[in-house]
Ligand binder design. Structure first.
Ligand SMILES: Nc1nc2c(ncn2[C@@H]2O[C@H](COP(=O)(O)OP(=O)(O)O)[C@@H](O)[C@H]2O)c(=O)[nH]1
Ligand SMILES: [Mg+2]
Length: 347
């Protein structure tokens, strides 16, 4: 039963043109390389307002193409290893090689760790002033688990705007390193000079996800230690079998602060991509990532739909309260909710 409106229900529609520009504004802006408009378009994609999100998707669809001329580079490593410093130096190097560089971050913990990349933006003094660079700070704390999921669309939007080198830094710990693997073409794991201890502390999944190893901070007093570490790491990674046939995972000594070794990393990425393309795995990997994205997004939609269903919601609340009162066992409650779900979906 709907209640008659007491005010003009279309008032928000009338206000919209002022707040929300038409699609041509965004498309033209992106084509013209306007970074502010690119940023606005990404904000639309991240919006929780369905109309805005739809406009964001429409913009993205306009540019949709199977663009294998770009490369998406995931950069992982424990906090303090030098990811941001590396991106600053490496981003500038890529620009010197004629690329346009977008820097994004995956940070599922952004609710806790607000603005960490915004902080990084100011700590990328060279890159952030380059016209060929676009640095996207993570969305502020309000966003729920979907951060990484949005990142995929953000990558595509950046590519549409001509950024052919997308560097994705993981900011959180644990989960985010795994998630970056679901949207990057190539993964770089940053390590520090030192004994193999560090490798013990890194989750096996993260190690296995890496295509290129970088020992950062190979400078000053740490330089000879870095060289020794390379041998230790070489032995450790020999245990891993890389899915790309014939790919010998390189271990590269880098100093981000002294800008050394960056050319080797650049070359390794190019070689990796070439091998992927040659074995017809480059597009395949992206297609699999698209399918995974679709699956995850579908699950999100289902969850939203179900939890917003009035009958489900009220029953869920009642059963949840009953669990608290200990008047029902969790398994009985689950069985009841299962029946309700079937009744709703089945009808
Ligand atoms: N000596 C040296 N220090 C570095 C290098 N790269 C990063 N650092 C330092 O390591 C610290 C952590 O760097 P940061 O980029 O914030 O690490 P992140 O947490 O992985 O993003 C900073 O104090 C950097 O100055 C490097 O190549 N050499
Ligand atoms: Mg950082």
């Amino acid at each position: 039963m709907s209640v008659p409106p007491v005010f003009n229900p279309d008032i928000h529609k009338q206000l919209q043109p002022k707040q929300q520009r038409n699609i041509a504004y965004y498309i033209d802006g992106i084509k013209a390389g306007n970074r502010y408009i690119l940023s606005e378009s990404i904000t639309l994609l991240e919006s929780s307002v369905p109309d805005k999100r739809a406009l964001g998707t429409e913009i993205l669809n306009h540019f949709k193409n199977d663009n294998t001329s770009t490369i998406r580079v995931g950069i992982t490593g424990t906090p303090g290893v030098g990811k941001s410093t590396f991106i600053e130096a490496f981003g500038c190097y890529c620009i010197s090689q004629g690329h346009k560089v977008a820097v994004l971050a995956i940070d599922p913990s952004s609710q806790v760790n607000q603005g960490s990349v915004l902080g990084d933006k100011t700590r990328m003094p060279n890159l952030s002033t380059r016209e060929e660079a676009f640095i996207r700070p993570t969305a502020s704390g309000t966003m729920l688990g979907g951060t990484a999921i949005h990142t995929k669309e953000t990558i595509e939007m950046c590519e549409a705007a001509g950024y052919d080198m997308v560097l994705i830094e993981t900011v959180g710990v644990g989960q985010s390193e795994i998630e970056v693997g679901f949207m990057s073409d190539v993964n770089i794991l940053l390590l520090q000079p030192g004994a193999g201890d560090e490798i013990q502390g890194i989750k096996r999944g993260i190690m296995e996800n890496a295509d290129i190893f970088v020992i950062n901070k190979a400078d000053g007093a740490l330089h000879s230690l870095a060289k020794q570490s390379k041998i230790t790491y070489r032995n450790a990674i020999q245990l891993f079998h890389h899915p790309l046939e014939g790919w010998k995972m390189p271990i590269i000594l880098v100093s981000s602060t002294e800008e050394r070794g960056l050319d080797d990393v650049f070359l390794a990425i190019a070689q990796f991509k070439e091998k992927m393309l040659y074995q017809h795995l480059f597009s395949d990997k992206r297609t699999q990532q698209n399918q995974r994205w679709f699956y995850t997004k579908s699950k999100e939609l289902i969850e939203e739909l179900v939890f917003n269903h009035p009958e489900f919601r009220s029953n869920f609340k009642t059963l949840s309260d009953a669990i608290q009162n200990k008047s029902i066992s969790p398994s009985s409650a689950l069985s009841r909710i299962n029946d309700i779900l079937h009744k709703i979906i089945g009808s």
